[in-house]
Design a binder for this molecule. Structure first.
Ligand SMILES: *[C@@H]1O[C@H](CO)[C@@H](O)[C@H](O)[C@H]1NC(C)=O
Ligand SMILES: *[C@@H]1O[C@H](CO)[C@@H](O)[C@H](O)[C@H]1NC(C)=O
Length: 250
């Protein structure tokens, strides 16, 4: 096998290695594992928010540098005010990079808010919010974050809802060099941005609040070996050694 064929093979192997995200094999319960309940085939998980300080968060075991992550998600039904269900990618450690889908609950019968944001070296302030054109609690819908060196695209059921281009040449921070992990989580928030300006309150008598994730698809470039994949690989190895983040919002 010539060197270039070997390289192609290794790239394909790296791409393929993370395509199936069985929750037992690929994910680690990070925050409050007792609130995660796995489907029998481990391709789905329910995350419960049981009280104001006990939600749940899972993280993939392997970070990635560029690629697409998708999940089918069914959001908390009924009165979900004050709950935030999240599907996102983030680096670990300080001065983090992050790309988010955050689903902000509401009173029964009122629409969710789909909140998108992007952080590069801790700089966020790039929120854009959407109202869904369907009831996201009635069934599973497919949410995708696609991250390349040129742009980040957020998709809902295959429809691009937001594009954030890399404008680093105009001094807009953009995540390019540090591998991110994929996360699913549910948490409680009393912030103005999650309570429609303080108008809605969580009704804890309705707890536990449960969000369901299924068929997570990690179509990503792994950041593990082989070294032929380039300089980014080393960064991936370093991030394995980084301490896990403390429990934080999202
Ligand atoms: C929340 O629930 C956890 C168990 O999951 C319990 O340990 C904790 O004391 C509870 N906290 C509050 C504020 O009720
Ligand atoms: C979700 O959408 C992505 C992107 O269109 C696709 O690759 C993936 O297969 C879809 N997931 C499911 C479970 O249909």
């Amino acid at each position: 096998m010539g060197r270039s064929y070997l390289l192609v093979f290794l790239v394909i192997a790296a791409l393929a290695s993370l395509a199936i995200a069985n929750f037992h094999d690929e994910w680690a319960a990070e925050g409050e594992p007792q609130n995660a309940k796995y489907a029998d085939d481990a391709n789905g998980v329910s995350l419960s928010l049981v009280n104001s300080s006990s939600g749940c968060r899972l993280r993939t075991k392997t970070p990635f540098l560029y690629g697409s992550i998708s999940s089918l998600i069914k959001l908390v039904p009924g009165d979900s005010a004050g709950t935030v269900t999240a599907f996102y990618a983030s680096t670990v450690g300080s001065s983090h990079d992050e790309i988010d889908f955050e689903f902000i609950g509401n009173e029964a019968g009122k629409p969710y808010t789909f909140h998108t944001n992007l952080y590069a070296t801790n700089v966020g302030n790039k929120e854009v919010e959407f109202k869904p054109w369907f009831d996201p609690t009635a069934g599973f819908h497919n949410y995708t974050i696609s991250w390349s060196s040129c742009m980040v695209v957020w998709y809902v059921d295959g429809i691009p809802i937001r594009v954030f281009r890399n404008e680093a040449r105009n001094d807009v921070a953009y995540p390019t060099s540090r591998p991110m992990y994929s996360y699913v989580s549910i948490w409680a928030s009393t912030g103005a941005w999650t309570t429609h300006g303080g108008q809605v309150k969580t009704d804890w008598s309705k707890a536990p609040f449960v969000a369901n994730f299924h068929n997570v698809n990690l179509d990503v470039r792994g950041s593990g070996p082989p070294a032929e994949l380039g300089g980014h690989v080393a960064a991936g190895h370093r991030s394995h050694a980084a301490p896990p983040p403390t429990i934080r919002r999202g």
